[in-house]
Ligand binder design. Structure first.
Ligand code: HEC
Ligand code: HEC
Ligand code: HEC
Ligand code: HEC
Ligand code: HEC
Length: 300
């Protein structure tokens, strides 16, 4: 074979290889709601950036392996594919917008999860609309509007400016109860997978409620989830060209947790103290671990 022929063969093999890889990558499953987070990004770039780094934006991608195990074991047990309601039992929290998706989207969702198509799950997550429109309205069954002008987003700015979407002050978004709708969950008995593997997603609300900053604590000691997980700074709530906007108290959307080494460092204070027994000369080391999180660490 001449060098040229070899080159042609290599190119052919490479093309076949690349196109088969191309086939394996399926198109993403889009959120059934619009506008997308990209629209929010245009005027709320700082909120978007923080949210994108948070695990709320990865809430479908990061559970893919566990979700796959759940779907495959349940299908084996039932001898059929899981239906819409059975899948909603997971994505109700991990991708709240899915409740407005067509039935076909659920079959596709299960397929993507079972075939490890993580990237195709990226557009489904706990996103801006999930918190500021769906959860805050108690997961109402009314289908949300398609146009941004018809939306009313709730949050804790008391006198928000008029803009392309409606705004509404919702004091309860500053309280732990708002987080409770997703941060208290144990798999119901009829969905258990096996004695040695189960999904206990998040019981932080329950542990917080009982803990030193929770509902049973003195008023002065109570701290809401937001005071530890949504740090406050001063700044502008939106950025629109040269339009001048008022300075407000802003809340970080990074939601640090066990994936964040900074949060872990704040979680516990470890002190070492040594005592020596005068008679025997033996040393005793006293280790004190003080839990500074508002709940059990690690959670489950
Ligand atoms: C054209 C620009 C623009 C776009 C696009 C936009 N916003 Fe806004 N948004 C604003 C402005 C301006 C404010 C008011 C800021 C202020 O009063 O300081 C605001 C306020 C808010 C508030 C605070 C409401 C309150 O009462 O506390 C939320 C929540 C919000 N937007 C969410 C969103 C979401 C979610 C999207 C995407 C679906 C979005 N915004 C898209 C400009 C925009
Ligand atoms: C719509 C449901 C939903 C709401 C509402 C919600 N969360 Fe979450 N949250 C999730 C899900 C799902 C995850 C898991 C993401 C993952 O690990 O894939 C998560 C993860 C987290 C984490 C862990 C981050 C990490 O490093 O693993 C923290 C902290 C957190 N949420 C705090 C809050 C706080 C505080 C509130 C209330 C202001 C709140 N969440 C409201 C669904 C929600
Ligand atoms: C009530 C809300 C809720 C429901 C329903 C729910 N989850 Fe979760 N899940 C969460 C939250 C919140 C976390 C984050 C916990 C943390 O970071 O400490 C989480 C975490 C997880 C994780 C670990 C993610 C990681 O980053 O390591 C997996 C896997 C998971 N869920 C799978 C499922 C499956 C499968 C179902 C359905 C059987 C389900 N979840 C139902 C709220 C929920
Ligand atoms: C897990 C739920 C959750 C998600 C996801 C979320 N937010 Fe928020 N957001 C909140 C809460 C809760 C507050 C109010 C916190 C407080 O007052 O302590 C807030 C406050 C705001 C505010 C008012 C100003 C401020 O910083 O306090 C704006 C604007 C906002 N969010 C925009 C967005 C945008 C844009 C996205 C998507 C990129 C987004 N949020 C995603 C829960 C969420
Ligand atoms: C006093 C401060 C404080 C309060 C109040 C608080 N947290 Fe945390 N939380 C922390 C710290 C620090 C961590 C990091 C330690 C860790 O993850 O092990 C953490 C971790 C977490 C995680 C990851 C847990 C894990 O181990 O998987 C979640 C989810 C979470 N918090 C949610 C909440 C929710 C929801 C509330 C309100 C019901 C809340 N937190 C109240 C400080 C707090």
């Amino acid at each position: 074979m001449s060098n040229l022929e070899r080159g042609v063969w290599l190119l052919l093999i490479l093309t076949v290889f690349l196109s088969s890889r191309g086939l394996a990558q399926e198109s993403p499953l889009m959120s059934p709601l619009s506008p997308s987070v990209k629209t929010c990004q245009t005027c709320h770039p700082a909120h978007y950036e923080q949210w994108q780094q948070s695990y709320h934006s990865k809430s479908m991608v990061s559970i893919q392996a566990g979700f796959k195990k759940f779907i495959t074991t349940q299908e084996q047990k039932k001898g059929r594919a899981l239906n819409r309601n059975e899948l909603m039992a997971c994505v109700g929290c991990h991708a709240p917008a899915m409740r407005f998706a067509a039935d076909e989207a659920f079959a596709r969702l299960a397929h993507l999860v079972k075939t490890d198509q993580k990237q195709a799950l990226e557009n489904l997550s706990v996103d801006c609309i999930s918190c500021h429109s769906l959860v805050v309205n108690g997961h109402s069954d009314q289908k949300p509007p398609q146009k941004i002008a018809d939306y009313v987003f709730h949050s804790t700015i008391q006198n928000p400016l008029k803009t392309v979407h409606g705004n509404k002050y919702a004091a309860h978004m500053a309280n732990s109860d708002f987080c409770k709708s997703c941060h208290t969950y144990v798999t119901p008995a009829d969905m258990k997978i096996s004695a040695d593997w189960d999904i206990v997603c998040s019981l932080t609300f329950d542990a917080w409620a009982e803990g030193p900053h929770g509902l049973k604590a003195k008023a002065a000691d109570q701290k809401q989830c937001q005071s530890c997980h949504m740090e406050k700074t001063k700044g502008k709530a939106a950025a629109i060209g040269r339009t001048s906007l008022p300075v407000r108290e802003l809340s970080s959307h990074l939601f640090p947790g066990w994936h964040s080494s900074e949060a872990l460092q704040k979680a516990a204070v470890i002190t070492l103290d040594s005592k020596r027994d005068r008679k025997t000369g033996a040393a005793e080391i006293v280790v004190t671990i003080e839990n500074r999180a508002g709940h059990r660490i690690p959670d489950t």
